[in-house]
Structures are given as structure tokens and as C-alpha cells.
Design a binder for this molecule. Structure first.
Ligand SMILES: CNc1nc2cc3c(=O)[nH]c(N)nc3c(CCN)c2[nH]1
Length: 373
């Protein structure tokens, strides 16, 4: 187990990279999908299950945990890993995006963000320094800079203002984070759907010499081709020997296309949120178990899966659980969805090692297109 945070590219296939992040709490095989554990829990899952599905790292949220149960309280209780019984790496988002999407009466100034809690309306201030302090109290392994994510569509001058503010905040976060060998602080590239601003943001962040770089400001409603175009201009400006994390992405199709453009890490609520809404991800595409067509279908979701949720339960039973709003419905479909996402990532990692990434993507895409029989 290394005491340092290191990233190695083990193989490439075009722009796709098979890599490995080693850090004190464990190794992260990339391309990696991080299940979202917003409030210190991957909803409806035991942490042992999440690990057994192949997840090397999960995501936590500064915003939610600072509001409840409180960062100082988590620190007093031994940090987030001890609190949630997840001993492997944790990446925490910095809170800016969640403030903008969840809280009311929020204001952004040079100093930071002020906002009211979406839980009890209490007022809060969060500076770049406080965000890093909170992530330290959580004992987070990979900490994200505080940034401002511009909602799209937006005027160029608005995108530029937020991008430049985020750059100044990156510098302040780097100073606040200091030198923590076994941990990392990632910068976040902004710049909306503007190629020139994306390049400027990436180049400026690269000059900070950070341990990793996220691509933010995407998956905010823009068409997939716009997101992919922004990756085409951003990734080449980022150091090839550092991990690249595309925030909030995405569908299986988003992921395979983003890996092909040089992305190494992903997080997305889709597999977990969809599971709670009766939607299953499978190698033959999506299956909506709310649909009455499943009411008498004795087949499992995927007889070839090694996940019991996909292999051992009939669609009829899953349909019944979902329609009856039974907790087990959300549990089994979340289990199935995270299993599918992790098996997708394992397939991508293997394909890059074997130099057959394009062929593998064609195979999985054909499976989705064939649709669920
Ligand atoms: C679902 N789409 C999405 N886009 C994001 C952009 C940022 C982004 O630009 N910055 C930060 N800090 N987080 C983002 C997130 C949250 C990731 N868990 C995003 N999620």
C-alpha cells in the first residue's frame, strides 16, 4: 500500500487509457465508475455489496454532510470512512454544484457562496478554504476544489466570469489543501460549451501542477455531442500523466464515448436513482419494471449475470415490488444497476488492455440497440 497518491497509465488504445491510481486506502482501477454515496450512504445498498460489485471508490458530498450530520461531528466520530464503514478511497465533491442545484437564497461572491440549507433554511457561508477544511474533516482522499458550474445555455461573458472565478478558487483551494502526500486535490475545468474558454481553463489549471483534473460544467442538459466536443478540446490540454474525472456522467453510452476521448473517472446518480424508480440497466438496454408487460414474465433480467438481483428474480416479481412500492424493489434494482455499471467498466478496462476498445464498444452498443426482448 503506497503512502503517496500516484497515477500510472498501464495501456492505451487510441485516446482511451487503462490506468491505476494508488493511494493509502487502496488502488483505483481506471476507467472507474464511482457510485454516488451523497450522505455517506449509497442509497439502499450495504457498503460490502458496493465493494463486492467491484467499486474501488465512492463519492460523498460536502454540501449534504456539512448540513447533516455536520463535518465536525463526522470528524469526532473518526471520519467518513469509519462513520460509513467504507475503508476504501472516497472522493468528495466540494459543494458548489449542490448549493446551486439544491439550496435557496444562494449568492456567489469572490469570497465564496452564501446559501440557506434546503433542510431547515439555516444560513451558511462556504469559501474555497472552508470547503477544503470540511473535506479534510471528512478525511476525504480526493478533494474537489470549490467551483462555479454555469447552467447552460449561457452568455459567453457569464461563462467566462464563472470560469475565471473558479480558476481563482482553484488557487485558493490548492493553498488551503497544502501538501498531503496520500491525498489529492483535483481542479475542475469550466468554460461551458465554449471551446476557447475550455482551453484557457484547462491550461491555467494544468499550470497549477495538481494531482488530478475534473471536467465540470457538463451533463447540465447540453446535447451529448456538445459534451463530447468539449472533451475533444479539453482533454488534450490536461497532463497525460494525471487522472481526468468527468463529473456527473453518465449513461452507459456517455461513458463509453467519454473513455474513448481520454476520461478516466466518472460519477453519476443514474444507476442508483433509476433503481429507486423501477428502471433497470442491462446489457440489452433499459427495462422499465413499472410497465405492465412484465406482470407475468417469469424470466430474470439477465440469466447470464453473476448478480443475484439480475439472475435470480423474475421480472414479474420485480414488477410487483415496484408497483407495490416495496423497499426490496429499490434494493434489487439498485443492486442490478450498480452491478451492470461495474461490469461495463470492467469490460472497458479489459478491452483497452487488449487493444480492442472500438470493437468492444461496437459489441456493447449492439446489445443496447437490440433492446430488451
Ligand atoms: C449530473 N450532471 C452533473 N454535472 C456536474 C458538474 C459539476 C461541476 O461543474 N462541478 C462540481 N463540483 N460538481 C459537478 C457535478 C456533481 C458531480 N457529482 C455535476 N453533475
Amino acid at each position: 500500500m503506497s503512502t503517496e497518491f500516484t497515477f500510472k497509465v498501464l495501456a492505451t488504445d487510441g485516446k482511451a487509457r487503462r490506468g491505476e491510481i494508488t493511494m493509502p486506502r487502496g488502488t483505483i482501477r481506471t476507467p472507474a465508475f464511482m457510485p454516488v454515496g451523497t450522505g455517506g450512504t449509497v442509497k439502499t445498498m450495504y457498503m460490502d455489496q458496493v465493494r463486492d460489485l467491484g467499486a474501488d471508490i465512492i463519492l460523498g458530498n460536502t454540501y449534504h454532510l456539512m448540513l447533516r450530520p455536520g463535518a465536525e461531528r463526522v470528524a469526532r466520530l473518526g471520519g467518513l470512512h469509519e462513520f460509513a464503514r467504507w475503508p476504501h478511497p472516497i472522493l468528495t465533491d466540494s459543494g458548489g454544484f449542490q448549493v446551486m442545484s439544491l439550496s435557496k437564497l444562494r449568492k456567489i461572491t469572490e469570497k465564496g457562496v452564501t446559501f440557506r440549507s434546503h433542510i431547515d433554511g439555516a444560513p451558511y457561508e462556504m469559501s474555497p478554504e472552508r470547503s477544503i477544511e470540511i473535506q479534510g474533516l471528512l478525511d476525504s482522499d480526493i478533494q474537489m476544489q470549490l467551483d462555479e458550474c454555469t447552467a447552460l445555455p449561457a452568455k459567453e461573458r457569464e461563462i467566462e466570469r464563472a470560469m475565471e472565478l473558479s480558476l481563482r478558487w482553484a488557487d485558493r483551494c490548492k493553498t488551503a489543501f497544502g501538501d498531503q502526500p496520500g491525498k489529492a486535490m483535483f481542479g475542475i475545468v469550466q468554460g461551458g460549451d465554449n471551446a476557447r474558454l475550455r482551453e484557457r481553463s484547462a491550461q491555467s489549471l494544468a499550470s497549477l501542477g495538481l494531482k488530478g483534473y475534473a471536467v465540470g460544467g457538463l451533463a447540465v442538459g447540453e446535447p451529448q455531442d456538445v459534451m463530447l466536443d468539449m472533451l475533444d478540446v479539453t482533454c488534450p490540454e490536461l497532463p497525460a500523466d494525471k487522472p481526468r474525472y468527468l463529473m456527473g456522467v453518465g449513461t452507459p453510452d456517455d461513458i463509453v464515448k467519454s473513455v474513448a476521448r481520454g476520461i478516466d473517472m466518472f460519477d453519476c446518480v443514474m444507476p442508483t436513482r433509476a433503481g429507486r424508480h423501477g428502471l433497470a440497466y442491462t446489457r440489452r438496454g433499459k427495462v422499465n419494471l413499472r410497465n405492465a408487460r412484465h406482470a407475468d414474465d417469469h424470466r430474470p433480467l439477465d440469466e447470464e449475470s453473476d448478480c443475484p438481483a439480475a439472475r435470480d428474480y423474475s421480472r414479474a416479481y420485480l414488477h410487483h415490488l415496484v408497483r407495490s412500492q416495496e423497499a426490496l424493489g429499490a434494493m434489487l434494482l439498485t443492486w442490478n444497476n450498480l452491478s451492470y455499471y461495474q461490469s461495463l467498466m470492467q469490460g472497458l478496462r479489459d478491452a483497452i488492455e487488449q487493444g480492442r476498445y472500438a470493437e468492444h464498444v461496437a459489441e456493447v452498443s449492439e446489445g443496447w440497440a437490440r433492446g430488451d426482448i
